[in-house]
Design a protein. Sequence first.
Length: 295
Amino acid sequence: MEFRQLSYFIAVSETGSISAASRQVHVAQPALTRQIRLLEEDLGTRLLERHARGVSLTVAGQALYDEAVQLLDSRARIRARLAALGTGLIGKVSLGVTVTHLWVPQVAGLLGSYRQRYPQVGFEVFPLLSGPQLDRLREGTLDAGILYLDSAEQPGLATRLLQHDHLMLAVPDASPWATEPPSRLGELSDADFVWGFRSVSPVYYDRVMAHFARLSFAPRVVQYGADNITILSMVAAGLGIAIVPSASRAHPMPGIRFVHLAELDACDMPLWVAWNNSNDSPALHNLIEMIGTAQ
């Protein structure tokens, strides 16, 4: 029993005539008659009662007609669904985003543009720092990540540059540096700093510390926070000052003043999109293709 035979049988059933069905399905009448007989032989039962005015369904024929209509409808739905999955029109994408960049316009623009173009694809967004993102990308439990990397070459991963960032000084509103900003990092040598743990974002941490080493500057760290949002909340509470990505300004955080320093502007902090190079999800690759066009 073939789908082709079932479609012929449905045409015969609905028209009540072999000749009318042959015109409908564009198959010669003898060939159509032969296919119906082959179908009856395969099933071991008569499906049609033949008479002078055409054909009518037997009890078995009526049962097959009901099942065949549902079967061909299911086949059409399956084919449409698989085609949509194959072109990335439906499905889901799991995406990690560094906590600092959840509110950044470039990231929001990318997600919003993707949603407009592919409204039936669902996002699973996880606020994760760069270290955990790298682990999950390599494990294959995350489709893509927006994170800091030290270079485009990452074992097992493909990458694409999303944007360049730099560093800024974050101070409490009540700090004297809010109104009279320092001109050099050296002026902050005795200040209390709030800092992050290297383990949660090694690339970011090492890049910042290498920049400070070139400037012969070592922050006096007295408090630690798990991520930049936590660090900024500690700054707002007056526990110290911090050096954070300039993207932090996109997050509404009362009680904080962001200060430019030329020595911090010079530290390039590139933000990348990375994904496992064995991930062949069409929905993911549609997202990758939009990077650089949705900003």
